[in-house]
Design a protein around this ligand. Sequence first.
Ligand SMILES: [Zn+2]
Length: 422
Amino acid sequence: MRSFIIKGTICYSLSPKELAVHPNGYAVCVDGVSMGVFAHIPGEYQHLPALDYGDHLVIPGLVDLHIHGPQYTFRGTGMDLELMDWLQKYAFPEESRFENPEYAAQAYEIFARQMKKSATTRAVVFGTRHATATEILMEKLEETGLVTYVGKVNMDQNAPEGLQEASAEASAEATVQWLEQTAERFERCKPILTPRFIPSCSRQLMEKLQEIRKAWNVPLQSHLSENPLEIQIVGEMFPQEPSYGHCYDRFGMMDEKTIMAHCVYSSPEEVQLIKQRGVFVAHCPASNTNIASGIAPIRRYLDGGLRVGLGSDVAGGQTESIFRAMTDAIQVSKLYWRLVDNSCKPLCFAESFYLATMGGGAFFGKVGSFLPGYAFDALVLDESAMPYWSPMDPVQRLERYAYLQTGGEGLLAKFVAGTKII
Ligand SMILES: [Zn+2]
C-alpha cells in the first residue's frame, strides 16, 4: 500500500525556523510521495484508503547522517578516553572481530533490529574494513525497510595489525569488488565510499579512492575536525594544506554528495570550503560530549547557509535515538552560547527538528517534510507512556516527546517512502 491518507495531528518543517502544524490534518501519500497536508481530503484523493490516527502526532521520519554499525555492540561503555585513544582501546579491537562473518551476522542482526524499531527512517552507516561483513550489514539493513547508505571502511595505516588493510592496492581492490557485489544488489541500501579519516589512509590509498569514486560515481562519508590531537596529526601529514578539509578536497572528496561528521574545530577557511562545495555536516552532539571532543558551532553553520543534519555516531554516541540527538543539539548549543561565544544563539526546538528531518534528509533528495513532492517517510507517535493533563499544543507535545523519549519504543507506526514497516 503506497497510496493512502493518514489522519492525525501533523507537524513538519517548512524551513529551519518554521514548523507547519495541522491538527486533524490529512497527509496524502501517492506512490510513496507526499502530495501535501490538507484540512479536508481533496476530491481527487477521496478514493484512497484512510488510516485514522485520531489526535496522535504524525511527523516525518528522522534521518541519521552518521552511525557506526559495528560499534553498536559496545554502545554505552568506554566513555573515559578521547578520540585517538578511544579508537585504539575500544573501537578498533571490536571492529577487528568483524573479520568473522558469523560474529558480524549476529552483531548486525541486533543492530538492524534496533534500527527498525527506532524513529530513524534513513541512515548513513559505517561498516568495518571487511567487505564480507559489510555486505552482511547491507543485507540486514535492506530487510528492515529503511533507506540506507553503507560503507566498507578504508584504512591502510595507523591501526592495529589485524584491522589495518595490507596495502593501498589491497584496500582499493577489496573496495572495487565490494562495489561490484553491492552497487545494484539492493533496492534500499546503497554503497558509500568510506575512508575512515585522514590519519587512517595513505596518500596512495586516497588517490585510488578518488579514481574509484570517479569510476563508480558513489557518495562519500568521513570524519572532519573532530578532536584537537587528530587535527594536529593531519596537520603534520599535510603541512602545506590550509585546513583538514583541504586534505580531502585535494582528492576530490568534498562535494554535495559528501558527508563529513563533526566539524567541531573547523577554521574559517574550512567552513568556507564546506559551504562552497555543498558538503553535508553531520552534527553528533552526544559523541562530541562523551569522548570530550568539544561543541560544534551549529548556529554559525546554520546561519552561514551550510547543509547540516544530525548523527547519533554510535558508539561515540550512546544511543541511536535521533530524538535524543535533537535535544542534545539544543543543550550543547546553550553551553556553547553561555561558555564559549555569546554571539552564537542557542538552537531552538524548531531548528533541531529541522536538522533531524529536512536538514539531514536533503542528502537523500526530497526527504524530511510533508511538502508536496517529498518522499513519504512518516512516524506516528505514541505518547501513552507520558501522560499529561493540562492542555498542550501540538508543538509542546512534540518537544516533550523528544525530551522524554529516548529509546526505540513509542511509535504506533513508521512509514518509509510510503511503505509501512512498523
Ligand atoms: Zn564516526
